[in-house]
Ligand binder design. Structure first.
Ligand code: TGC
Ligand code: FAD
Length: 404
């Protein structure tokens, strides 16, 4: 049992029997460092996430204590330099850590994605050395919680239409506006907020959430990512020191480049959810008997399992290659977009098929498929919806922009 703000999280007595599928020996493509990171996070998930996740999901409890634990295993911004409390890993290592976290739950991977790719990365990439030293070590350890404010109530897929704005006032900016659907905003100490300046250019600014005029009401009633905390960001004449502006980027390229980093992590992460669903379905189909034999012996079940492992294997190869391109500095945002779209879609399809293989039991929290399926509906939508990513690929291959 774990107690948090007077709420006791119950531990699941059921053992986590996850056995990772690796049909094409992807392990043989990984370096020793990558394998160590994968196995370390895999063990951590079995110990820290699996025992509590069903209770957290059922009662919509955000297991906030996991953030420090994620910091302790180096899962928050792992690829950033050691100087800032990170590990300086390669991108494949970062990706495979996200795969293992999402094997546990998309909400846990989300917490790591937001903190590492959407809060720490922009401060590192576009911030001053002073800003880096002030925020990155606390964010890397999980002592500080960060959030990323791009989406607005009326501007989701089209963030360029944002109306949140900053106006100069001596050595401060006055920040006004509202952001919507912000992971971790209700518990955040710091927010990286994207707002238009007086010339209409999108700028990034670091907001300490205890500044007067800043609030973050929680969004309730989610049927997806229930073990993750989501809220709004509301700014009413909040006075933010000019020294908090990220000086080294202007325009929508700033937030979109952070999204490229986070989408890359999601492309890996979704495979973790798919692997968990496939593994559970395979085991269940071998143990469950109908008509006098295991349901795995029926051709229609085998078709489902064969298609699942094929799609998982293709997705694993896609991100492995993408990760190597990232490490060589050659991956394009459109390549990342394709991997995010494909891998989330196949994961969602696999979660649905795996749920079917579990029959009626599949709708209960005895098995992980329905939880992953519900989570993946969000993952299909955030960081660019499935259809937005289709249009990004469409634009890349035709040269014609369907957005304008
Ligand atoms: P467009 O004119 O195409 O581009 C503006 C500037 O940005 C550059 N750019 C990128 N740079 C890096 N990475 C990318 N992925 C980039 N995409 C575009 C582009 O080259 C240009 O640069 P410059 O220097 O020439 O100015 O912009 P647009 O307004 O037409 O929009 C294009 C579109 C629709 C693809 C884009 O707005 C988009 O991706 N929309 C989807 C919005 C989205 O993904 N929101 C996510 C919010 S954050 C979130 O969901 C977090 S979930 C967290 C969790 O819990 O895990
Ligand atoms: P809309 O943009 O209104 O889209 C609605 C539908 O219209 C979609 O099907 C879309 O594909 C379609 N559509 C839109 N434009 C086009 C077009 N040109 N052509 C064809 N179809 C189109 N945002 C943040 O900034 N930070 C976060 O931390 C964050 N966390 C999130 C956590 C959760 C749980 C959720 C659900 C969302 C989160 N988001 C976050 C917001 C997320 O990125 C947006 O929900 C997403 O970008 C879609 O925007 P929207 O919901 O406004 O949908």
């Amino acid at each position: 049992m774990h107690s948090q703000n007077g709420v006791t999280i119950k531990k699941n007595a059921k053992q986590d029997r996850f056995n990772a599928p690796d049909y094409y020996d992807i392990s043989g493509l990984l370096t020793e460092e990558q394998l160590l990171a994968r196995d370390m996070v895999r063990d951590w998930v079995k110990k820290e996430v699996s025992p509590i996740i069903e209770d957290c999901f059922e009662r919509a409890i955000y297991p906030k204590h996991l953030l420090r634990s994620l910091g302790a295993i180096g899962a928050l911004g792992p690829s950033l330099p050691e100087k800032y409390g990170c590990s300086g890993t390669d991108e494949v290592t970062y990706g495979i850590m996200m795969q293992e976290l999402e094997r546990g739950d998309s909400g846990v991977r989300s917490a790591a994605s937001v903190q590492g790719s959407l809060v720490m990365y922009p401060i590192y990439k576009y911030g001053t050395e002073e800003q880096r030293m002030k925020y990155l070590p606390g964010l890397a350890s999980g002592e500080l919680v960060g959030c990323f404010g791009l989406t607005e109530p009326d501007h989701g897929s089209n963030p360029g239409g944002m109306i949140t704005n900053i106006k100069e006032d001596g050595d401060h900016y006055i920040l006004n506006g509202a952001k919507m659907w912000i992971t971790n905003s209700p518990i955040a100490d710091v927010a990286v907020v994207w707002a238009k300046d007086e010339t209409g250019k999108v700028r990034g600014i670091i907001v300490d959430m205890d500044t007067p005029g800043c609030s973050a009401p929680e969004i309730h009633g989610k049927l997806s990512l229930r073990a993750s905390c989501t809220g709004e960001l509301v700014f009413e004449d909040a006075r933010i020191p000019k020294s908090n502006l990220l000086p080294n980027v202007k325009g929508l390229r700033g937030p979109l480049s952070c999204l490229t980093k986070a989408r890359y992590g999601i492309a890996w992460g979704a495979i973790g959810a798919a692997m968990d669903c496939y593994d559970s379905a395979l085991r269940y189909s071998l143990e469950r008997e109908q008509f006098g034999k295991p349901i795995a012996g029926f051709q229609l079940t085998q078709k489902k399992l064969a298609e699942m492992i094929t799609e998982i294997t293709k997705a694993q190869l896609l991100v492995w290659r993408l990760g190597n391109l990232m490490d060589q500095g050659k991956a394009t945002p459109a390549q990342v977009s394709m991997a995010k779209r494909n891998n989330v879609k196949i994961a969602l399809d696999i979660a649905r098929e795996a749920r079917q293989i579990h029959g009626g039991m599949g709708i209960t929290n005895e098995y992980p498929c329905m939880r992953h399926m519900m989570n993946l509906e969000t993952v299909l939508t955030y960081e660019g919806t499935h259809d937005i990513h289709l249009l990004i690929t469409g634009m890349d291959v035709t040269g014609l922009n369907a957005f304008k």
